[in-house]
Design a protein around this ligand. Sequence first.
Ligand code: MBD
Ligand code: FE
Length: 299
Amino acid sequence: MSCVTELGYLGLSVSNLNAWKDYAAGIVGMEVVDEGEGDRIYLRMDRWHHRIALHANGEDDLAYLGWRVAGPVELEEITQKLKAANIDVKVASDEEAAERRVLGLIKMTDPGGNPTEIFYAPQVDTHKPFHPGRPMFGRFVTGNEGIGHLILRQDDVPAAVRFYQLLGLRGSVEYRLPLPNGMVATPYFMHANERQHSVAFGLGPMAKRINHLMIEYTELDDLGLAHDMIRERQIDVALQLGKHANDEALTVYCGNPSGWLWELGWGARKASAQQEHYTRDIFGHGNEASGYGMDIELG
Ligand code: MBD
Ligand code: FE
């Protein structure tokens, strides 16, 4: 059984690299690495060469996402499994793998049209301690749980569920949220490891490929520092501080320099063996700035 083990890396296309440096390093605490390539910079969250590549090509959207498998045997197995399911998989060249700082790589698109990659053996710079972009009390929760979680655009939710099940993720609808128009939103959450979810979808039509990236701090005080800075600088907050019912994380959703959301969080519980569903969050998450596709009522 070859399953992806974590959401390993992301590529984001952005228009304003300087604003992104201030946001990702100065507020959130990531480490900026500039290797002089001119069209991109890297964001570190741990000892990996990078977790996020920012490509300065102006689209202000998700460029690609990378799922990890254990090694070359698993990459070969999952390639065969995807081909057998009629997914159009391209085996990347050595140059493409080197560009992502991995040893092996395949590329495809998911049913929502999101450029999706599966890789093994990321470059890990164990000789280079993680150096946060602003003082941090702790670290980011990564390790076996990967970078965090994403809400992705999927116009055909059952097709998306089938695709991510093929990758080895598990999950279900975890909320039934009554909408003002009488309908019920039924977002679907899936996990690949101990992180309660690595990907979710099914919150309705979206302007961009991505609604948000959630990243998690090990220390509550780092979420507090970020929250203070977001409020001082009057950065848009789409959902105020609150605690989700499914992963029980305390989080806040703030606008990023590309006009979509980063969800900053702390204290998530781990994925449980059996599914549950909820009708609202535990507390908070009140709606504030609109226009981010997060106008759902969670409270
Ligand atoms: C999440 O992380 C989330 O983004 C939403 C909308 C609901 C539950 C958990
Ligand atoms: Fe989230």
